[in-house]
Write a protein that binds this ligand. Structure first.
Ligand code: ISJ
Ligand code: MG
Length: 465
């Protein structure tokens, strides 16, 4: 249980109540405490019986995990998603009473976690109907695990009308309910049906795109496709998260529930991380499989580092991110050559980008400038997006877009939501894309996307590879 004396809590609530303005009916109270270590997945599982909307996040080096349950305030943008979300977030922070003694610990205190559509101009289909253009939760309860310490944050709306005693009791009850957690059993997932959506037509689209580039109407276009699965029973998200954690090193693990559907994945791609004014972005593009032996693996890695098509794919991303970051940062540092980024099923070309974010820019400004990078859109951005809108067979929804969190202390981190799937009860869609250039071979690009789906497919009962 959260360690706080009733008297101390009542004093805090009295102060919050006192601060409610004449024209306000309530105030968001955010209270953070350090607690004995808890397993983030047990909290995630336990919350299922009380709330529909949960989120989960783990960073690639596993120093930070965030579990959020419920939403005390949901930030939904209607048009200009980056600017609107930032405005809503700033307003929420301004209106809240934040009691967080651990402001040096990222992702404690008031935090918003969410994601957004890849392309607001793409026609929406039934598939993504539960996901708004952009949606961020400020959770009712959040567990932050940073290095080996755990922190719990409870967010509640204190009403002007309720007594201090009522509010304190409500806060304690809520905390107790969510912090107890629940263990989960091992589910043996069985795929009933695995439907690759229009593979031949997809290859045809890739071929068409290569023509587009030969005729110099674009230089790179990223094309994605979908696989639809159905299972013998409903999928337990907690177990999928645990399996992703065990199988996908060097990747973010994320989940975001909305209206009963869950967008989930294990992505190696960071779009931007901001810690105070330190910025880190990543160029990740160019792909090859892993070898079966160490020698074969090193040989494939060497070839990837020296392959012209993959280096070109990568370079488009470096160029675009460099331009964007030079605008918002000083002290920009970008190595001249990429290195290999090994994953379980494949390896990528990787170039880190660091800089010092100028005071006048926020993480939302960075997202606006960076998304979509040519790792997910193409070059030039607008022409490739127009091509994707018109020709891609898939409604990308939140696939390929930023997903992540911000706190009220100038920290935040967003990944690019790839290697992901949308779980809808006993069905799921998996997504994967690839960078198409003028000399792309449709069969090879198809194979690349097949391998990119394996991380999700394997934890959903697919054949191990
Ligand atoms: C688009 C995806 O991945 C992107 C495309 C890559 C490529 O084509 O080489 C590599 C990494 C990602 O930037 C995906 O996994 O869905
Ligand atoms: Mg590629």
């Amino acid at each position: 249980m959260i360690d706080i004396q009733m008297k101390e809590l009542e004093e805090k609530i009295a102060a919050v109540k006192h601060s409610i303005g004449q024209n306000e009916s309530s105030k968001l109270f955010s209270l953070t405490k350090k607690i004995e270590n808890k397993d983030p997945l047990l909290i995630f599982e336990g919350a299922k019986q009380f709330v529909k909307d949960r989120f989960y996040w783990k960073n690639p080096n596993r120093t930070l995990a965030i579990t959020g349950v419920g939403s005390v305030q949901t930030l939904i943008a209607e048009n200009n998603r980056f600017q609107e979300t930032e405005n809503l977030w700033k307003q929420a922070v301004k209106n809240a009473w934040i009691d967080n003694p651990y402001t040096m610990v990222p992702a404690t205190g008031l935090v918003a976690f969410g994601g957004m559509d890849f392309d607001p101009l793409e026609a929406k289909t039934e598939l993504w109907k539960k996901f708004e253009l952009s949606k961020f939760y400020i959770p009712e309860l959040m567990l932050t695990t940073y290095h080996s310490d755990s922190y719990v944050t409870v967010n509640i709306l204190i009403n002007k009308e309720e007594t201090i005693d009522e509010a304190a009791t409500r806060l304690r009850k809520n905390t107790q309910k969510f912090i107890t957690g629940k263990t989960f059993g091992v589910q043996h997932i069985e795929i009933k049906r695995n439907r690759v959506i229009e593979p031949e037509k997809w290859k045809e689209t890739v071929k068409e795109a290569t023509k587009e580039m030969k005729e110099k109407r674009a230089e790179k276009i990223v094309l994605a496709r979908e696989v639809r699965l159905s299972f013998t029973e409903e999928i337990n998200i907690t177990q999928v998260l645990e399996e992703l954690h065990h199988t996908q090193a060097n990747s973010y693990i994320f989940a975001f529930e909305s209206g009963g559907d869950c967008f989930i994945g294990a992505t190696p791609e960071r779009i931007v991380k901001v810690e105070k004014n330190n910025l880190l972005s990543t160029c990740l593009a160019g792909t090859a499989p892993r070898g079966k032996t160490k020698e074969e693996d090193e040989q494939i890695g060497y070839e990837l580092l020296h392959d012209k098509k993959n280096r070109d794919e990568h370079e488009f991303v470096v160029k675009m991110i460099k331009e964007a970051v030079l605008k918002t940062c000083t002290d920009v540092n970008i190595p001249n050559e990429p290195v290999l980024h090994p994953l379980k099923n494949l390896q990528h070309l990787y170039t880190p980008v660091t800089g010092t974010l100028k005071d006048e820019y926020s993480i939302f400004d960075c997202l606006k400038d960076l998304h979509p990078t040519p790792a997910l859109g193409g070059t030039p951005t607008e022409d490739s997006l127009a091509y994707i809108r018109e020709h891609e067979l898939l409604d990308r929804g939140w696939y390929g877009a930023p997903i992540g969190w911000v706190d009220s202390n100038q920290n935040g981190e967003f990944a690019v939501a790839i290697r992901s799937g949308l779980i809808q009860g006993d069905e799921a869609s998996l997504f994967a894309g690839c960078g198409v250039l003028a000399d792309s071979d449709p069969e090879m690009e198809f194979e690349e996307t097949r391998i990119k789906m394996l991380p999700m497919l394997n934890v959903l009962g697919g054949k191990q590879e």
